[in-house]
Design a protein around this ligand. Structure first.
Ligand code: AMP
Length: 539
């Protein structure tokens, strides 16, 4: 029989992160672009005090352990306070994606049974439209002071500052079981209703701690991090928690996510690390190029959510001296599950080889295991060429969807719906989503690889590839291109460019030039919209 260890059994709790941050790094700064007015600036200690005040206010509103509190909000300091106050009290912080269709938003608010809704003034028109359909929400709280809280016809609106003002800044956080539900996030769901993922305190604390590691986000008191990834998208990849674990200065961009605003904030606040989806970085790099600017402080950008094209990696590294960390994760994996970073040996390789390594989605972070399987569920070899469905398991991976009766697991592993390869050293590369891979003549074409190749053309700003039905080949690739401003590259040149870079049978059958690509609430290209409009039949 094994011998029990003789250590304390202290639960992993989100309130523990807040109190650690306030006690150890109380002077560390949090800077936030507000919906109104100038930058807001305060310290970890101030944030902790206000979180505790909010915890009292929520209790006074009649909320109890297990109650859900929703948010429709940007990345800002009040949203951060809510992250800690709600979960720390044993309640569930449900971050809503404001870019969901209002019907879906109503669905998730009712499904989550939100009792209080915190919202930024920007979203007042949205609140006006949905409030009457959310009967369980008994308080709509604008994340502002009285002067900046709009009146909304038919809705009784409280303001955050008045709500917390009279409460004590001391609060006894409950000693919860670490498996208690802490935060709830719904998957974007291109078909059917969104599905909820209920994160436990344990999953978030473990993920946040792993996120600080040198080969993940490399967080410490020396760094300043700006999460562009929204706080409604998988808890901003847990950066609002990880920063307080490590004592890192936090900078929130609020509603302004365009290249110019991000650049100004990064420079003004000496941001060294940032994190977001590739579309955000394309906008930022275009702004730098058009205005001949440089980064003076940025050292590293973490990217995920969709594949980071190699051309963009090369630009960040070679032209702007910013290292790229390319991670993979999904709503069901709390935040990061795998991360690419360069080993010492990798750093001796030529630049192009290094970029190719970073273009892969990297190695499983400690605490996570990955494998690939074929259609029968048999494990495929780690040889870098066998492709199969990526399966994941680990300390912060979902077991079942919120309110689902059945587990989502297959033999203890979560099936991701992504097609991947894994090489002998454990480096994983996403080849495609199962539904996006183009099946042609019995073979598979990776839409991601084709998009990456197309974005390598200097006149191309964005690219997307879908499979279009074909009478002979089953499916053939159709390429969509958004040109860079002032460029007028044509189809033949693009196809010629691709012919030199991919197998002949991969070259798309046609190219459609668009002003922009349909981008969803989390910054990903909505291929379903493209399929609906262009997914006819090639002859
Ligand atoms: P979501 O839950 O909305 O964040 O979507 C998760 C999905 O995004 C994954 O299953 C992947 O298909 C995709 N994804 C996330 N990160 C990457 C990445 N680095 N490269 C390619 N696809 C990614």
């Amino acid at each position: 029989m094994s011998t029990p260890g003789l250590m304390m059994n202290r639960p992993l709790l989100i309130s523990g992160i807040l109190e650690h941050g306030a006690a150890q790094f109380g002077e560390q700064e949090i800077v936030s672009r507000e919906t109104h007015g100038p930058l807001h600036r305060y310290t970890y200690a101030d944030a902790a005090k206000r979180s505790r005040q909010l915890a009292h206010a929520l209790a006074q509103l009649g909320l109890k352990a297990g109650s859900a509190v929703g948010s429709i909000a940007w990345n800002n300091h009040r949203h951060l306070e809510a992250y800690y106050a709600v979960s720390g009290s044993g309640m569930v912080m449900h971050t809503c994606n404001p870019r969901l269709h209002p019907q879906q938003l109503i669905y998730v608010i009712n499904h989550a049974e939100d009792e209080v809704m915190l919202f930024d003034a920007t979203f007042a028109p949205l609140v006006k439209g949905i409030a009457a359909h959310c009967p369980k929400v008994r308080a709509w709280v604008c994340l502002a002071d009285a002067a900046n809280t709009p009146a909304i016809e038919g809705v009784s609106v409280l303001n955050y500052e008045d709500l917390i003002a009279t409460h004590s800044s001391d609060f006894d956080w409950p000693q919860l079981d670490e498996n208690t539900g802490a935060a709830l996030c719904y998957t974007s769901g291109t078909t059917g209703n969104p599905k909820g993922v209920l994160y436990s305190h344990r999953a978030i604390v473990l993920n946040a701690t792993a996120g600080c590691m040198p080969d993940v986000l490399n967080l410490s008191t020396q760094e300043t991090i700006l999460p562009v990834v929204p706080m409604f998208h998988i808890n901003a990849w847990c950066i609002p928690y990880a920063a307080l674990v490590a004592g890192t200065k936090l900078v929130f961009p609020g509603p302004k996510l365009d290249g110019n605003s991000l650049y100004e904030l990064m420079e003004a606040e000496q941001v060294t690390i940032s994190a977001g989806v590739p579309t955000i970085w394309m906008g930022l790099i275009q702004h730098l190029e058009q205005n001949n600017l440089r980064f003076n402080h940025m050292k590293c950008t973490a990217v995920g959510g969709s594949a980071m094209p190699m051309a963009l990696i090369a630009k960040f590294v070679d032209k702007y001296g910013v290292e790229v960390r390319h991670g993979w994760g999904m709503t069901e994996t709390t935040a990061v599950a795998t991360m690419s970073s360069l080993s010492r040996a990798d750093r001796q390789k030529p630049a192009a080889d290094q970029h190719a390594i970073v273009a892969k989605q990297g190695k499983a972070v400690s605490g996570i295991e990955i494998k690939i399987v074929d259609e029968t569920g048999a494990t495929l070899p780690r040889d870098g060429s066998a492709q199969g469905e990526l399966m994941v398991r680990g300390q912060w991976i979902m077991e079942r969807y919120f309110k689902a009766e059945q587990s989502a697991l297959v033999d203890g592993w979560f099936p991701t719906g992504d097609i991947a390869t894994i090489d002998a050293l454990g480096t994983m590369q996403i080849r495609d989503r199962t539904k996006d891979v183009i099946k042609t003549g019995g073979e598979w074409i990776s839409s991601i690889d084709l998009e990456n190749a197309a974005v390598g053309h200097p006149a191309v700003a964005m690219a997307a590839v879908i499979g279009v039905k074909h009478p002979k080949w089953d499916e053939r690739p159709l390429l969509f291109i958004v040109r860079k401003p002032g460029q007028n590259v044509e189809k033949d040149e693009i196809l010629g460019f691709l012919t030199e870079r991919v197998a002949k049978w991969w070259v798309p059958d046609d190219v459609v030039f668009l002003e922009s690509l349909p981008v969803g609430g989390t910054g990903k290209v909505q291929k379903n919209d493209l399929r609906k409009e262009y997914g006819g039949v090639f002859s």
